[in-house]
Design a protein. Structure first.
Length: 118
């Protein structure tokens, strides 16, 4: 019985470590990966409001607010188009990532907050 308990605890700790060690939107590693993808040809999509976009955005980004994304998918090209999405905090870009994947876009990368851009 002790062996089962030790194995269970060790497995749980290992899984917890893996979950915490994975890059998350906003991490420096995520910013570097996003930049690499854009440099390789991915479309950079700012899902904030037009007012936020006008106040400042990443170079080369197109602005499609998350609330308009479903009806403006055609502006992004085919579902095979690689995309990098971002917003102010990561919440809207997370919603955009889920929506895009649900609509068949396979290569969607969530930068998270704009501040994560290196």
């Amino acid at each position: 019985m002790k062996v089962v308990l030790v194995i269970t605890v060790a497995t749980f700790v290992g899984l917890l470590f893996l979950a915490c060690a994975r890059p998350r939107p906003g991490d420096a590693a995520v910013g570097a990966e996003a930049r690499r993808r854009v440099e390789a040809g991915a479309t950079l999509v700012d899902v904030r409001t037009p007012e936020e976009y006008a106040a400042g955005h990443l170079p080369g980004a197109v602005n499609i607010p998350v609330g308009e994304l479903a009806r403006r998918l055609g502006e992004l090209g085919s579902p095979g188009t690689p995309l990098v999405v971002y917003c102010r905090s990561g919440a809207r870009s997370g919603r955009a990532e889920r929506l895009l994947k649900a609509q068949g876009f396979q290569d969607v990368f969530n930068l998270g907050p704009m501040s994560a851009w290196p």
